[in-house]
Write a protein that binds this ligand. Structure first.
Ligand SMILES: *[C@@H]1O[C@H](CO)[C@@H](O)[C@H](O)[C@H]1NC(C)=O
Ligand SMILES: *[C@@H]1O[C@H](CO)[C@@H](O)[C@H](O)[C@H]1NC(C)=O
Length: 339
Protein backbone atom coordinates (compact mmCIF):
# COMPACT_ATOMS: atom_id res chain seq x y z
CA UNK A 1 0.00 0.00 0.00
CA UNK A 2 2.72 2.41 1.03
CA UNK A 3 4.69 1.39 -1.96
CA UNK A 4 1.72 1.95 -4.20
CA UNK A 5 1.02 5.41 -2.82
CA UNK A 6 4.61 6.42 -3.14
CA UNK A 7 4.65 5.17 -6.66
CA UNK A 8 1.50 7.01 -7.48
CA UNK A 9 2.71 10.29 -6.03
CA UNK A 10 5.84 9.99 -8.10
CA UNK A 11 3.66 9.55 -11.09
CA UNK A 12 1.64 12.63 -10.17
CA UNK A 13 4.79 14.70 -9.74
CA UNK A 14 6.09 13.55 -13.07
CA UNK A 15 2.80 14.49 -14.71
CA UNK A 16 2.80 17.88 -13.04
CA UNK A 17 6.36 18.39 -14.18
CA UNK A 18 5.48 17.59 -17.76
CA UNK A 19 2.44 19.86 -17.61
CA UNK A 20 4.48 22.70 -16.16
CA UNK A 21 7.04 22.19 -18.88
CA UNK A 22 4.38 22.28 -21.59
CA UNK A 23 2.84 25.35 -19.99
CA UNK A 24 6.19 27.14 -20.01
CA UNK A 25 6.76 26.09 -23.57
CA UNK A 26 3.43 27.49 -24.70
CA UNK A 27 3.34 30.53 -22.40
CA UNK A 28 6.97 31.14 -21.56
CA UNK A 29 7.82 33.33 -18.61
CA UNK A 30 10.16 35.98 -19.82
CA UNK A 31 10.46 39.63 -19.21
CA UNK A 32 10.57 42.08 -22.01
CA UNK A 33 12.46 45.25 -21.15
CA UNK A 34 10.39 48.35 -20.62
CA UNK A 35 10.37 51.19 -23.11
CA UNK A 36 12.66 53.21 -20.86
CA UNK A 37 15.19 50.39 -20.43
CA UNK A 38 15.30 49.86 -24.16
CA UNK A 39 15.81 53.57 -24.82
CA UNK A 40 18.67 53.61 -22.32
CA UNK A 41 20.30 50.60 -23.88
CA UNK A 42 20.09 51.97 -27.40
CA UNK A 43 21.48 55.31 -26.24
CA UNK A 44 24.33 53.55 -24.43
CA UNK A 45 25.18 51.70 -27.60
CA UNK A 46 25.20 54.98 -29.55
CA UNK A 47 25.97 55.00 -33.24
CA UNK A 48 28.92 52.67 -32.93
CA UNK A 49 28.41 49.72 -35.20
CA UNK A 50 30.78 47.40 -37.00
CA UNK A 51 29.84 44.79 -39.52
CA UNK A 52 30.49 41.21 -38.49
CA UNK A 53 30.98 39.06 -41.57
CA UNK A 54 30.86 35.89 -39.45
CA UNK A 55 27.39 36.87 -38.24
CA UNK A 56 26.25 37.78 -41.74
CA UNK A 57 27.46 34.46 -43.13
CA UNK A 58 26.03 32.50 -40.22
CA UNK A 59 22.52 33.93 -40.58
CA UNK A 60 22.54 33.50 -44.34
CA UNK A 61 23.49 29.87 -43.80
CA UNK A 62 20.87 29.29 -41.08
CA UNK A 63 18.10 30.90 -43.09
CA UNK A 64 19.10 29.05 -46.23
CA UNK A 65 19.00 25.76 -44.35
CA UNK A 66 15.62 26.33 -42.72
CA UNK A 67 13.79 28.27 -45.36
CA UNK A 68 15.65 28.43 -48.69
CA UNK A 69 14.55 32.01 -49.40
CA UNK A 70 16.22 32.07 -52.79
CA UNK A 71 14.02 29.36 -54.21
CA UNK A 72 11.03 29.45 -51.86
CA UNK A 73 10.09 32.98 -50.85
CA UNK A 74 7.47 33.31 -53.58
CA UNK A 75 5.09 30.83 -55.13
CA UNK A 76 6.62 30.03 -58.51
CA UNK A 77 5.85 27.65 -61.34
CA UNK A 78 9.08 25.88 -60.39
CA UNK A 79 8.22 25.21 -56.76
CA UNK A 80 4.44 24.90 -57.16
CA UNK A 81 3.45 22.92 -60.25
CA UNK A 82 -0.17 22.00 -60.98
CA UNK A 83 -1.37 19.57 -58.33
CA UNK A 84 0.90 20.96 -55.62
CA UNK A 85 -0.92 21.42 -52.32
CA UNK A 86 -0.30 24.78 -50.67
CA UNK A 87 -1.25 24.65 -46.98
CA UNK A 88 -2.35 28.02 -45.64
CA UNK A 89 0.22 29.01 -43.03
CA UNK A 90 -2.21 31.16 -41.01
CA UNK A 91 -4.97 28.57 -40.76
CA UNK A 92 -5.37 25.00 -39.71
CA UNK A 93 -6.52 22.48 -42.31
CA UNK A 94 -7.02 24.77 -45.23
CA UNK A 95 -5.17 24.30 -48.43
CA UNK A 96 -5.22 25.27 -52.04
CA UNK A 97 -4.32 22.79 -54.74
CA UNK A 98 -2.61 24.53 -57.62
CA UNK A 99 -4.76 24.09 -60.69
CA UNK A 100 -4.79 25.35 -64.22
CA UNK A 101 -6.61 28.49 -63.09
CA UNK A 102 -4.14 29.60 -60.44
CA UNK A 103 -0.94 28.30 -62.05
CA UNK A 104 -0.77 31.10 -64.66
CA UNK A 105 -0.67 33.66 -61.82
CA UNK A 106 2.72 32.44 -60.70
CA UNK A 107 6.06 33.69 -61.97
CA UNK A 108 8.28 31.11 -63.59
CA UNK A 109 11.08 31.29 -61.05
CA UNK A 110 12.53 33.69 -58.47
CA UNK A 111 12.86 36.87 -60.51
CA UNK A 112 15.36 38.65 -58.25
CA UNK A 113 18.85 39.34 -59.55
CA UNK A 114 20.88 37.62 -56.86
CA UNK A 115 22.88 38.25 -54.83
CA UNK A 116 21.50 41.58 -53.71
CA UNK A 117 24.13 43.91 -52.36
CA UNK A 118 22.93 46.62 -49.99
CA UNK A 119 19.35 46.26 -48.81
CA UNK A 120 17.16 48.66 -46.84
CA UNK A 121 14.23 47.12 -45.02
CA UNK A 122 11.83 49.86 -44.05
CA UNK A 123 9.32 49.25 -41.26
CA UNK A 124 6.57 51.75 -40.75
CA UNK A 125 7.35 52.83 -37.19
CA UNK A 126 6.65 56.36 -36.02
CA UNK A 127 10.35 56.56 -35.13
CA UNK A 128 10.93 57.42 -38.81
CA UNK A 129 9.17 60.76 -38.37
CA UNK A 130 11.73 63.59 -38.51
CA UNK A 131 14.50 61.01 -38.90
CA UNK A 132 15.77 62.40 -42.17
CA UNK A 133 16.58 58.82 -43.22
CA UNK A 134 15.05 59.09 -46.71
CA UNK A 135 18.29 59.76 -48.51
CA UNK A 136 20.15 56.94 -46.82
CA UNK A 137 17.30 54.49 -47.42
CA UNK A 138 17.24 55.39 -51.11
CA UNK A 139 20.97 54.78 -51.48
CA UNK A 140 20.59 51.02 -51.09
CA UNK A 141 20.50 48.71 -54.10
CA UNK A 142 17.31 46.99 -53.04
CA UNK A 143 14.61 48.58 -50.88
CA UNK A 144 11.84 46.65 -49.18
CA UNK A 145 8.77 48.20 -47.59
CA UNK A 146 5.87 46.84 -45.57
CA UNK A 147 2.21 46.82 -46.37
CA UNK A 148 1.78 49.54 -49.01
CA UNK A 149 2.89 52.48 -46.86
CA UNK A 150 2.19 56.04 -47.98
CA UNK A 151 5.15 57.61 -49.79
CA UNK A 152 3.67 61.02 -50.45
CA UNK A 153 5.78 64.17 -50.52
CA UNK A 154 5.41 65.04 -46.86
CA UNK A 155 7.15 61.77 -45.91
CA UNK A 156 9.93 61.39 -48.43
CA UNK A 157 12.71 63.13 -46.47
CA UNK A 158 12.15 60.58 -43.73
CA UNK A 159 11.30 57.40 -45.64
CA UNK A 160 12.71 57.87 -49.13
CA UNK A 161 11.06 57.37 -52.48
CA UNK A 162 12.41 54.20 -54.10
CA UNK A 163 10.96 50.73 -53.67
CA UNK A 164 11.92 47.36 -55.12
CA UNK A 165 9.65 45.11 -53.14
CA UNK A 166 6.61 46.03 -51.10
CA UNK A 167 4.38 43.67 -49.18
CA UNK A 168 0.62 44.00 -49.39
CA UNK A 169 -1.54 42.18 -46.89
CA UNK A 170 -4.97 41.21 -48.16
CA UNK A 171 -6.38 42.99 -45.09
CA UNK A 172 -5.08 46.31 -46.43
CA UNK A 173 -6.67 45.58 -49.81
CA UNK A 174 -9.91 44.97 -47.98
CA UNK A 175 -9.65 48.00 -45.72
CA UNK A 176 -8.35 50.62 -48.12
CA UNK A 177 -9.74 49.43 -51.44
CA UNK A 178 -13.02 47.66 -50.55
CA UNK A 179 -11.48 44.34 -51.60
CA UNK A 180 -11.28 45.69 -55.17
CA UNK A 181 -14.92 44.83 -55.68
CA UNK A 182 -15.92 48.33 -56.79
CA UNK A 183 -13.68 50.99 -58.18
CA UNK A 184 -10.16 49.85 -58.82
CA UNK A 185 -8.91 53.24 -59.88
CA UNK A 186 -7.73 54.39 -56.45
CA UNK A 187 -5.76 51.16 -56.06
CA UNK A 188 -4.07 51.57 -59.41
CA UNK A 189 -3.34 55.22 -58.64
CA UNK A 190 -1.88 54.56 -55.21
CA UNK A 191 0.28 51.73 -56.51
CA UNK A 192 2.12 54.15 -58.78
CA UNK A 193 4.14 55.28 -55.77
CA UNK A 194 5.96 51.94 -55.86
CA UNK A 195 7.38 52.28 -59.35
CA UNK A 196 8.05 48.98 -61.04
CA UNK A 197 8.56 47.01 -57.86
CA UNK A 198 7.52 43.54 -56.80
CA UNK A 199 4.23 43.42 -54.91
CA UNK A 200 4.59 40.64 -52.37
CA UNK A 201 1.17 39.34 -51.30
CA UNK A 202 0.55 36.56 -48.77
CA UNK A 203 -2.34 35.19 -50.83
CA UNK A 204 -2.20 31.76 -49.22
CA UNK A 205 -1.93 32.64 -45.55
CA UNK A 206 -5.58 33.13 -44.66
CA UNK A 207 -8.39 31.71 -46.73
CA UNK A 208 -10.37 34.97 -47.09
CA UNK A 209 -7.24 36.65 -48.43
CA UNK A 210 -6.91 34.57 -51.57
CA UNK A 211 -9.62 36.13 -53.74
CA UNK A 212 -8.67 39.77 -53.00
CA UNK A 213 -5.06 38.84 -53.78
CA UNK A 214 -6.00 37.37 -57.14
CA UNK A 215 -8.10 40.47 -57.84
CA UNK A 216 -5.09 42.66 -57.04
CA UNK A 217 -3.14 40.65 -59.60
CA UNK A 218 -5.86 41.14 -62.23
CA UNK A 219 -6.26 44.81 -61.46
CA UNK A 220 -2.56 45.47 -61.97
CA UNK A 221 -2.41 43.31 -65.08
CA UNK A 222 -5.44 45.11 -66.57
CA UNK A 223 -3.91 48.50 -65.92
CA UNK A 224 -0.75 47.51 -67.79
CA UNK A 225 1.24 48.14 -64.62
CA UNK A 226 4.96 47.50 -64.71
CA UNK A 227 4.76 45.86 -61.31
CA UNK A 228 5.10 42.14 -60.74
CA UNK A 229 2.89 40.41 -58.23
CA UNK A 230 4.63 37.72 -56.21
CA UNK A 231 2.55 35.53 -53.94
CA UNK A 232 4.31 34.75 -50.68
CA UNK A 233 4.94 31.04 -50.42
CA UNK A 234 3.12 29.73 -47.33
CA UNK A 235 5.79 27.07 -46.80
CA UNK A 236 8.41 29.77 -46.63
CA UNK A 237 6.37 31.84 -44.18
CA UNK A 238 5.78 28.79 -42.01
CA UNK A 239 9.46 27.88 -41.94
CA UNK A 240 10.54 31.43 -41.13
CA UNK A 241 7.96 31.49 -38.34
CA UNK A 242 9.39 28.28 -36.95
CA UNK A 243 12.93 29.62 -37.21
CA UNK A 244 12.12 32.66 -35.05
CA UNK A 245 10.05 30.61 -32.66
CA UNK A 246 13.21 28.61 -31.98
CA UNK A 247 14.92 31.94 -31.31
CA UNK A 248 12.34 32.98 -28.72
CA UNK A 249 9.67 34.85 -30.67
CA UNK A 250 6.41 33.41 -29.42
CA UNK A 251 3.74 35.46 -31.16
CA UNK A 252 1.05 33.64 -33.02
CA UNK A 253 2.27 35.16 -36.21
CA UNK A 254 5.36 37.13 -37.20
CA UNK A 255 4.98 40.67 -38.41
CA UNK A 256 5.53 41.32 -42.08
CA UNK A 257 8.58 43.32 -41.05
CA UNK A 258 10.36 40.32 -39.59
CA UNK A 259 9.50 38.21 -42.65
CA UNK A 260 11.11 40.83 -44.87
CA UNK A 261 14.16 41.16 -42.62
CA UNK A 262 14.55 37.36 -42.77
CA UNK A 263 14.28 37.49 -46.54
CA UNK A 264 16.90 40.23 -46.64
CA UNK A 265 19.26 38.33 -44.32
CA UNK A 266 18.98 35.37 -46.66
CA UNK A 267 19.45 37.28 -49.91
CA UNK A 268 21.43 40.47 -49.27
CA UNK A 269 25.07 41.09 -48.54
CA UNK A 270 24.30 44.04 -46.25
CA UNK A 271 21.06 44.71 -44.43
CA UNK A 272 20.02 47.96 -42.77
CA UNK A 273 16.62 48.31 -41.15
CA UNK A 274 14.69 51.51 -40.56
CA UNK A 275 11.47 52.26 -38.74
CA UNK A 276 11.52 49.25 -36.45
CA UNK A 277 10.78 50.60 -33.00
CA UNK A 278 7.78 49.16 -31.19
CA UNK A 279 8.00 51.38 -28.12
CA UNK A 280 5.92 54.38 -27.22
CA UNK A 281 8.83 56.67 -26.39
CA UNK A 282 11.72 57.55 -28.65
CA UNK A 283 15.40 58.07 -27.95
CA UNK A 284 14.67 61.69 -27.05
CA UNK A 285 12.06 60.36 -24.60
CA UNK A 286 9.31 62.05 -26.50
CA UNK A 287 6.24 60.04 -27.49
CA UNK A 288 6.47 58.06 -30.73
CA UNK A 289 3.39 57.34 -32.80
CA UNK A 290 2.77 53.79 -33.88
CA UNK A 291 3.27 54.43 -37.59
CA UNK A 292 5.00 57.32 -39.28
CA UNK A 293 1.69 58.17 -40.92
CA UNK A 294 -0.85 57.42 -38.16
CA UNK A 295 -1.17 56.26 -34.58
CA UNK A 296 -3.49 53.32 -34.94
CA UNK A 297 -2.32 50.60 -32.58
CA UNK A 298 -1.94 47.03 -33.81
CA UNK A 299 -3.82 44.06 -32.49
CA UNK A 300 -1.44 42.52 -29.99
CA UNK A 301 -3.30 39.25 -30.45
CA UNK A 302 -1.08 38.30 -33.33
CA UNK A 303 2.26 40.00 -33.10
CA UNK A 304 4.72 40.39 -30.30
CA UNK A 305 6.65 43.35 -31.55
CA UNK A 306 8.96 43.95 -28.58
CA UNK A 307 10.06 40.33 -28.73
CA UNK A 308 10.76 40.66 -32.43
CA UNK A 309 12.59 43.89 -31.76
CA UNK A 310 14.88 42.16 -29.25
CA UNK A 311 15.92 39.69 -31.94
CA UNK A 312 16.74 42.53 -34.31
CA UNK A 313 18.59 44.29 -31.53
CA UNK A 314 20.74 41.19 -30.92
CA UNK A 315 21.50 41.04 -34.63
CA UNK A 316 22.41 44.72 -34.58
CA UNK A 317 24.70 44.35 -31.59
CA UNK A 318 26.46 41.37 -33.13
CA UNK A 319 27.00 43.29 -36.37
CA UNK A 320 24.83 40.99 -38.49
CA UNK A 321 22.54 43.78 -39.62
CA UNK A 322 22.42 47.46 -38.91
CA UNK A 323 19.35 48.86 -37.26
CA UNK A 324 18.67 52.56 -37.55
CA UNK A 325 16.48 53.96 -34.81
CA UNK A 326 17.68 57.50 -34.48
CA UNK A 327 18.39 60.38 -36.75
CA UNK A 328 20.12 59.57 -40.01
CA UNK A 329 20.92 63.19 -40.79
CA UNK A 330 23.46 63.67 -38.03
CA UNK A 331 25.89 60.95 -38.89
CA UNK A 332 28.41 60.18 -36.22
CA UNK A 333 26.62 61.98 -33.43
CA UNK A 334 24.61 60.74 -30.53
CA UNK A 335 21.18 59.84 -31.82
CA UNK A 336 19.54 62.71 -30.01
CA UNK A 337 17.40 65.52 -31.27
CA UNK A 338 17.40 69.00 -29.88
CA UNK A 339 14.14 69.95 -28.29
C1 LIG B 1 29.96 37.89 -34.81
O1 LIG B 1 28.92 36.98 -35.09
C2 LIG B 1 29.07 35.71 -34.50
C3 LIG B 1 27.94 34.84 -34.98
O2 LIG B 1 26.68 35.40 -34.70
C4 LIG B 1 29.09 35.84 -33.00
O3 LIG B 1 29.27 34.57 -32.39
C5 LIG B 1 30.20 36.78 -32.59
O4 LIG B 1 30.15 37.00 -31.20
C6 LIG B 1 30.04 38.10 -33.31
N1 LIG B 1 31.16 38.97 -33.00
C7 LIG B 1 31.01 40.13 -32.38
C8 LIG B 1 32.26 40.94 -32.20
O5 LIG B 1 29.92 40.52 -31.97
C1 LIG C 1 -8.29 22.74 -66.69
O1 LIG C 1 -8.39 21.43 -66.17
C2 LIG C 1 -9.65 20.83 -66.40
C3 LIG C 1 -9.70 19.50 -65.66
O2 LIG C 1 -8.44 18.90 -65.61
C4 LIG C 1 -9.86 20.67 -67.91
O3 LIG C 1 -11.12 20.07 -68.17
C5 LIG C 1 -9.82 22.05 -68.53
O4 LIG C 1 -9.92 21.94 -69.94
C6 LIG C 1 -8.52 22.76 -68.18
N1 LIG C 1 -8.59 24.12 -68.65
C7 LIG C 1 -7.60 24.70 -69.30
C8 LIG C 1 -7.82 26.12 -69.68
O5 LIG C 1 -6.56 24.13 -69.57
Amino acid sequence: MVFLRCHRSKYIWATLGVLAFLWLYIFPVYRIPSDKEMVDEVLRQGQIWTRNQTGVDLYRKLLTECCDPKRMFAVTKENSPIGKVLWYDGEIYHYHTVNNETYPFFVQDTPLQLPLKKCSVVGNGGVLKHSGCGKEIDQADFIMRCNLPPLSKEYTTDVGTRTHLVSANPSIIEKNFQNLLWSRKSFVESMKAFGSSYIYIPAFSMKPGTDPSLRAYHTLADSASSQTVLFANPDFLKNVGRFWKNHGVHGKRLSTGLFLVSLALGLCEEVTTYGFWPFSVGLDERPVSHHYYDNILPSSRFHTMPEEFLQLWHLHKSGTLRMRVGDCAKEGQEPKREK
